[in-house]
Design a binder for this molecule. Sequence first.
Ligand SMILES: [Zn+2]
Length: 638
Amino acid sequence: MILSQNTFAQDTSIYDKNQVFDPLFMTHDGTEFRSANGAPGPKYWQNSVNYNIHATLDEKDTLINGNVTINYTNNSPDELKYLWLQLDQNLFNPDSRGAATTLVTGDRFDVKGYKKGGYHIQSATVIYKGKTYKIDPVITDTRMQLRLPFTVKPNGDKIDVKVQYSFSIPEYGADRMGRLYTKNGVVYQLAQWYPRMCVYDAVKGWNTLPYMGLGEFYCDYGDFDYYVTVPADMIVAGSGDLQNAEQVLTRTEIKRLAEASKSDSTVFIVKENEIGDKSTRPAEKGMLTWHFKMHNSRDVSWTASKAFIWDAARINFPSGRKGISMAVYPIESKGYDAYGRATQYLKQSIEFYSKTYFEYPWNSAVAVAGVALGMEYPGIIFCSYRIGKANLWHDITHEIGHNWFPMIVGSNERRYMWMDEGMNTFINGYASNAFHHGEYGDTTNRSILGMARTMMRAKDPLMTPPESMSLRDYGQYYSKTAVGLNILRNSVIGPDRFDYAFKTYIDRWAFKHPQPNDFFRTMNDAAGEDLNWFWKEWFYETWKLDQSVKSVKYVDDNAANGALITIENLQQMALPVTLQITEENGNRNELKLPVEVWQRDSEWTFKYNSTSPITSVVLDPHDELPDINRKNNTWKSK
Ligand SMILES: [Zn+2]
């Protein structure tokens, strides 16, 4: 029978310890910009950018007409001869690179054959030291270069950029924005709706990777002051704080909002039977301008519709500050099993993440039911109007979780998708555990066996940029990262050390731009453990894990003298070992061995103080590790 166990096992190990414990991995020194301990260095800088935006929704022609004034501050040590802006709407131009690289069968981030997409840039001007210059923009796909007839000086020099633009609102905006036709009117979800600055940083200079669909965004921080003008019969919800409630809301709505801001249970602002009712709007005809402000954000988005039910409740922050959680949704999404609980899902997610990781810095948040399946923006999330119950909870807690990664911890999503999707999926698991006595279950570790199956076929490591990730593998940015962080937390360094280091990372990099190494170095430094072996195998490689029990022998052939147990690492990935050992006399013990046993070789023998013959040895008894062959995890005596 012992032999028959071995027939399942791979005979020879492919493990090479020097690949895992690689002395050449991450060996460069820290710099004055990014310290060796993973913190921003003494000379860390980033540029800042404030936006003033005016936009009008032209419903008849399905257009946005806008103008944006950007106050840009160059805090870099470099002179800037030119500026780069992001023109995300150009993805929806049928000639875009994103369209060219979409599979014939289409995909989720497709332009879906929209023929009128893309920005029309009417004018671009810059104002520098009191003088205005008209610039001929150089537009390449989703980027726009403004070549300046002067240089912006280093260390705090300022320049204003003004752009007049319009674009046709796609119906399906790569699952990130668009239009939804409902019984009582169109739900417009507006995002990537104004030209915005590319990030100039100390790592790449100007970050000009094009927007092609899957790879998301990278933006600098600043203050937003924006005005959206829409038909008077519409309700608008947006990122940040509404500035002119008296002009755009009725007395009743203002009263109900004040009530909601003192209530932990949900209060209706616009009820189902009030949709389309003239009494809900302060003006019957023409247009109304809604004015919002948001402080220290990387983006703003908004929604408008005459089909909205609107409800809200108070958010309680750890500091004692209060905020407001809201949901707007069409009648198709109403009810307790659907968006009737959206405000509570949002409120309780924000309260959990604020308490556990970092206090939400803004005052309001809103969940919008519309065409996008799930998309995040600061203070506003777009979720599918079609879902409810557990699916809606998971969608809302995920999209608002992105307000921590990458809206607060401002990583570069276009290059490192695992840094936002994966860290967010990781914290979502704990939010789900905490929600309403675990109503929607424990999701921190549910995917481990599925993860092993996925890892068996994965071709691309997590460090692969989104546009070169195989489309069937991009789910790994979410699941493999989250599973990896859970293994690190629960099976490698323990919750206390992990949580302290993870929170240190958030505190250090809130409203800044961390790189992968800043995360790896902070975790190493704050947890006090050289985890480079883990970073390499989990993020840079597609290695697999296969631990196995090779043999059990007794000292002098007598179980009372103790047992010599030999385990083997058959694949290239190394992780710590947990064993459950059961003896004939009923003794059962659990034993943990550190990953360092694999620093020796692919095989490790240790002494176990048995008192009677061992009946079974089980590796990874709680299914914590993505072991690809669990058949060789168990040794049995007969
Ligand atoms: Zn996400």
